[in-house]
Design a protein around this ligand. Structure first.
Ligand code: GLN
Length: 529
C-alpha cells in the first residue's frame, strides 16, 4: 500500500550500502502520466522537491538526498509521462527505423535506458530504484517488466526487494502474513521473484512470522527483514542493518564490504533520542488537511530542516500546524503565536489564506518572535513591510491582485508570457542559482561566506522599484543574484531573528549538516524558549 515507507526503505538500504564503501545513488519511478511532480497538488502527492538542476520531483528524491548526503539530479527521476514523451519523440524522428513502435518492448526498453543513464550520470556502482505504486496495479506494470528484463539479462546484477505491510488487526491481535504472501505471488506472476522481503509493521516481525514468509514467498529466512515503525526515519538504516540486510545484499551481488562506518549517523540518532527540552515551532500554511486527516507531507523538507537544526542545538523539535485562514476570521487568535519560540511561513501559491499570513507576519515582527520566511513567506513579509512600515496600504503581489497600485511583488518579466500562453509545466524559475550575501547581515554570518547556491521555485519576485524606499525604512537586502538584480534575502534589524528568502533553503538541509539559516533560526528560538 502507499505510505508504507518505500522511500525510507530505499534511502536506508542505499545509506547502508554507501556506508560499506560503495558509490550509491537512488532513483524514483512515478507511474503517473504527469511529466513531473510540479503540476501535482501537494496535499495529494506530497511536497514537490526541487533538484539543483531544476527538476520538480517526488519528495522521495529529497529523502535520498538527506540520507545519502549527495545531490541527486533530474536523470534520477522518471515518470510514465517522461518515458512516453521520449518514445513518441523518437518515433517522430524515425529513430525506430520503420518498425511498429509497441508498448512492449519499447516502453520498458526506454525505462532501462533511463536507469542506465541515471546510474552513469550519478557515477553509481549500486543504484536503488524505487518503483512507485503497489504490485499488481495496472500503472506500474511496465516498470516491473523493465526490472524483469534487466534481471534476465544480468541475473547477478539485479536484486528485487519487496516492501510489504503486515497488519496486526486489533480484534485478532496477531500479525498477518497473508497480504505479503499475496504480494509475492503478484510479483511472481509478472516473472519476478523477490530476493529480499522487507516486512513493515508496527512492531518487529517474530521468527514464526519470518519462517512463514520464507516458506510461502520462496525466500531464505535470513532474507526476511523486519522493519518496524521507528520514532525517527533516521533510525531505519540502523534497524535494517541490525537485521543483517547489507550482508544478504552484498552476498547476493558477490561483493565484499570495503569499509564499515555509520559512526556519525549513529551519533546523530543518539542525539535525537537525547534531546529532551523542546523548541516550539509554528508552521503557518494551508496544505494541511484532507478530510479528517492532516498531511504534513506537503512540507516534508521544511519539517526535516527544522528537525536537523533543532537536534544540532540538542533540542526536541515540537512542530505545530497553524492554518492561516483562522486569522482572517478571528484576528484575536493571532495572540496564540506568542506561545511559540519561532514561526515559519513556507512556500505557497494563490490567494487562499494570504491575508492571514500577512497578519501573522505583522504580529511576529512587532512582538519580536523569531521568523523564517521561505519563498512566499518572503514575498508576504515584503508586502507586510510595505503596508505597515512604509504605509503603502494597497501593497500586494500581482499573483493575488494583478492590478494593485503598489505591486511590491510582481511577475518576473520572462514569466508573464508563459502564464499568458498557459505554459505552466516546468517553467518557473527552477533549481540552483548563486546568491551574493551582503556584509554584516545575519545571513552572511550564518553561511560564513559571500557566495552561496540555493534552489528556487517561483514566478514572482521583489519589485526593484521599491528597493530604495524599503531600504531607507529599514528593510535589509541581505542577498541578491550576483548581478544585484534579483532580491533573494531580506532581513530586519532590531529583531531577534527575521530572515526571509526567495529561495528554498529547506531543500539543502541534511541531518548531519543542518542548513545555516535554519540553524540560526532555531538558535534564536532556543533563546526565546
Ligand atoms: N507563489 C510565489 C511565486 O510563484 C511563491 C512560490 C513559492 O512559494 N514556491 O513566486
Amino acid at each position: 500500500m502507499s505510505g508504507v515507507g518505500k522511500g525510507t526503505a530505499s534511502a536506508s538500504i542505499a545509506k547502508i550500502l554507501q556506508s560499506k564503501g560503495f558509490r550509491v545513488s537512488a532513483m524514483k519511478i512515478d507511474p503517473y502520466i504527469n511529466v513531473d511532480a510540479g503540476t501535482m497538488n501537494p496535499v495529494e502527492h506530497g511536497e514537490v522537491f526541487v533538484t539543483d538542476d531544476g527538476d520538480e520531483t517526488d519528495q522521495d528524491i529529497g529523502t535520498y538526498e538527506r540520507f545519502l548526503e549527495i545531490d541527486i539530479n533530474s536523470p534520477n527521476y522518471m515518470t510514465t509521462g517522461r518515458v512516453y514523451q521520449t518514445v513518441i519523440a523518437k518515433e517522430r524522428n524515425l529513430e525506430y527505423g520503420g518498425k511498429c513502435v509497441e508498448v512492449v518492448p519499447h516502453i520498458p526498453e526506454e525505462v532501462i535506458r533511463r536507469i542506465r543513464k541515471a546510474a552513469k550520470a550519478s557515477r553509481a556502482e549500486i543504484m536503488l530504484i524505487e518503483v512507485g505504486g503497489t504490485v499488481g496495479e495496472y500503472q506500474n506494470a511496465l516498470f516491473l517488466e523493465a526490472g524483469r528484463m534487466m534481471h534476465l539479462k544480468n541475473p547477478h546484477d539485479v536484486l528485487f526487494v519487496l516492501v510489504s505491510y503486515l497488519p496486526v488487526p486489533s480484534k485478532v491481535g496477531e500479525m498477518k502474513t497473508k497480504p505479503t504472501q499475496n504480494a509475492a505471488m503478484q510479483l511472481n506472476s509478472v516473472g519476478i521473484q523477490p530476493d529480499i522481503i522487507l516486512g513493515r509493521a508496527e512492531v518487529p516481525l517474530d521468527d514464526p512470522r519470518k519462517r512463514k514468509i520464507a516458506q510461502f514467498c520462496n525466500v531464505d529466512f535470513k532474507d526476511v527483514i523486519s522493519a518496524p515503525d521507528a520514532d525517527s526515519v533516521y533510525e531505519v538504516p540502523i534497524n535494517l542493518e541490525k537485521e543483517g540486510i547489507s550482508r544478504q545484499i552484498l552476498k547476493k551481488f558477490g561483493l565484499r564490504a570495503r569499509s564499515k562506518d555509520m559512526k556519525d549517523w549513529r551519533r546523530m540518532v543518539r542525539t535525537i533520542h537525547d534531546s529532551e527540552k523542546p523548541v516550539r515551532i509554528a508552521v503557518i500554511g494551508k496544505y494541511f488537511s484532507t478530510g479528517d486527516f492532516t498531511l504534513s507531507d506537503a512540507y516534508i523538507s521544511v519539517i526535516e530542516a527544522i528537525k536537523h537544526a533543532s537536534w544540532f542545538h540538542h533540542r526536541k523539535p515540537e512542530l505545530h500546524w497553524l492554518n492561516s485562514e483562522q486569522y482572517e476570521r478571528e484576528p484575536s487568535k493571532l495572540k496564540e503565536l506568542s506561545l511559540y519560540d519561532g514561526v515559519v511561513i513556507p512556500g505557497g501559491f494563490g490567494t487562499r489564506g494570504i491575508e492571514g499570513k500577512i497578519a501573522a507576519i505583522k504580529y511576529v515582527r512587532e512582538k519580536k518572535i523569531p521568523y523564517l520566511g521561505l519563498c512566499y513567506g518572503m514575498q508576504l513579509a515584503v508586502i507586510e513591510f510595505a503596508r505597515h512600515v512604509t504605509r503603502l496600504r494597497s501593497a500586494n503581489t500581482t499573483e493575488v491582485q494583478p492590478k494593485t497600485s503598489h505591486p511590491v511583488i510582481h511577475v518576473m518579466p520572462d514569466q508573464a508570457g508563459l502564464i499568458r500562453a498557459m505554459k505552466y509545466g516546468g517553467t518557473m524559475r527552477l533549481g540552483a542559482y548563486p546568491c551574493a550575501l551582503a556584509p554584516k547581515t545575519v545571513s552572511r554570518e550564518a553561511y560564513g561566506k559571500r557566495l552561496v547556491s540555493e534552489r528556487h521555485r517561483h514566478r514572482y519576485e521583489f519589485n526593484n522599484a521599491y528597493r530604495e524606499k524599503f531600504s531607507k525604512a529599514g528593510l535589509v537586502i541581505a542577498g541578491t543574484s550576483p548581478d544585484g538584480k534579483l532580491v533573494e534575502i531580506i532581513e530586519l534589524k532590531n529583531h531577534p531573528f527575521f530572515v526571509a528568502t526567495q529561495f528554498h533553503p529547506e531543500f539543502k538541509s541534511r541531518p548531519l549538516h543542518p542548513h545555516p539559516l535554519f540553524r540560526e533560526f532555531i538558535k534564536a528560538a532556543k533563546k526565546r524558549s
